[in-house]
Ligand binder design. Structure first.
Ligand code: FAD
Length: 392
């Protein structure tokens, strides 16, 4: 279908990916973002081959190569002794096996690259300062109202407005996200604050009772990114921007091996944040008439498999391909939902299970019982550029 106009609410990684993939198929796109300025959080992101396939097809191969790191190896360490219990092949071998790279990148770098690609195609396609308030739809199309008093019309509207999606609330009711009992700390450490040779293998998770600590290099190896996860029941503010004291985080990982404690201690105080993690139950349907959800708005998940953004990028490619081959918006949205809902519900469930496994299992057993990963679940073998579309 060409000549269509699609409104996307939310210019996160998922919304911008959808805009880019739709533009490539001759579909007109307007992305409406509530923020006055485009920004992503100051943190890293692992983008696995199932998602890099799509980003490369969106024209971002050079950006991924220039801005991302492709670690040669990954591993899992014992939380107390630091012993390397499991090693994972990454780098060229993994690229060959799945036909696309495993990339670790600063979120802002990927976000900017997507925005640049979208704006290069159509400089008017991104409207900032537009907070979605409500929509109505009829046989003619969708009418959207924004908090700034503006309105918009489109043939189809896509809600990519994140875990607290106002589009989702309007379409499927305002059920609140569930506090999962996990707290995440996120830190960025300039590499020159760490002893030489400390960061080996370049990508590593340490797993211990009720805690995990994942760290990897971004920005050409100049910055180390980490996510530290712990269980807590008493803190429920969901935000990327709550500052955390480095001392508080050190106290959370008291007997952990030296690498973990050295990294935490080296974190500049202004680069250490914490927030509570929420998720939701999978939806039975994401589509209503001319409107559908995408990314975290449709399927927010825990970060234990590192697949939240990947699922949004996969959604974007499948949505665009569905419009390319369908004769009507009904058919396209039906194909999109039918192709995506099973896979994303599966990954939501497995992300929860992985959290339970990582945080409860005895870390001593790791060498003989390798833990569940996105790769061991077969998630890397999916290629959204070629995967069959369903629901015809
Ligand atoms: C600790 C942690 C680590 C993670 N690590 C990884 C990882 O390594 N790999 C991975 O694939 N995933 C990871 N994820 C998941 C990933 O961060 C998310 O799944 C992804 O960022 C969601 O993107 P999105 O575009 O769907 O939503 P968001 O990033 O939330 O974007 C939504 C956008 O919509 C805008 N918006 C909201 N409401 C409105 C409105 N009413 N009107 C207009 N605009 C609106 C927002 O301002 C925002 O720009 C991690 C998550 C966490 C918490």
């Amino acid at each position: 279908m060409t000549g269509l106009q699609i409104a996307i609410i939310g210019a996160g990684i998922a919304g911008l990916s959808a805009a880019r993939a739709l533009q490539q198929r001759g579909i007109g796109v307007r992305v409406y973002e509530q923020a006055e300025q485009l920004a992503e959080v100051g943190a890293g992101l692992t983008v696995t081959p199932n998602a890099t396939h799509a980003l490369i097809a969106m024209g971002l191969a050079d950006d991924l190569a220039r801005l991302g790191m492709q670690p040669a190896r990954g591993g899992a360490r014992h939380w107390r002794t630091g012993e390397l219990l499991v090693e994972f092949e990454r780098g060229a071998g993994l690229n060959q096996r799945y036909g696309a790279p495993y990339v670790q990148i600063h979120r802002a770098d990927l976000h900017e690259a997507l925005a640049r690609a979208v704006l290069a195609h159509d400089p008017d396609s991104l409207l900032l300062g537009h907070r979605f308030e409500s929509l109505s739809q009829d046989v003619e199309g969708v009418a959207i109202k924004f908090a700034n008093g503006a309105g918009a019309h489109a043939d189809v509207a896509i809600g990519a407005d994140g875990i607290r999606s106002a589009m989702r609330a309007q379409l499927f009711g305002a059920g609140q996200p569930r506090f999962t009992g996990y707290i995440a700390w996120r830190g960025l450490v300039p590499i020159d604050r760490l002893p030489p040779g400390l960061v080996d293998p370049p990508s590593c998770i340490s797993i211990g009772p009720q805690h995990t600590f994942t760290r990897y290099l971004i920005r050409g190896g100049r910055v180390l990114n980490y996510v530290a996860l712990a269980e807590r029941s008493d803190w429920q503010v969901e935000s990327w921007s709550i500052r955390s004291g480095v001392g508080e985080l050190l106290a959370e990982f008291p007997q952990w091996h030296q690498e973990v404690r050295t990294i935490i201690a080296a974190t500049p105080p202004e680069l250490c944040f914490k927030w509570a993690l929420f998720d939701r139950e999978p939806l039975g349907s994401w589509t209503q008439g001319r409107v559908a959800l995408l990314g975290d708005a449709a399927h927010p998940m825990l970060p234990f498999l590192g697949q939240g953004a990947a699922m949004g990028i996969e959604d974007a490619m499948i949505l665009a391909r569905a419009f390319e081959v369908s004769a009507s918006h009904d058919e396209a949205l039906r194909r999109y939902e039918a192709t995506r809902i099973g896979r994303t519900s599966f990954v939501m469930g497995k992300s929860r299970e992985a959290g339970l496994e990582y945080h409860r299992a005895d870390a001593e057993d790791r060498a003989t019982h390798p833990h569940t990963t996105a790769e061991s679940l077969g998630l890397f073998t999916y290629n959204p550029v070629l995967a069959p579309l369903q629901g015809i």
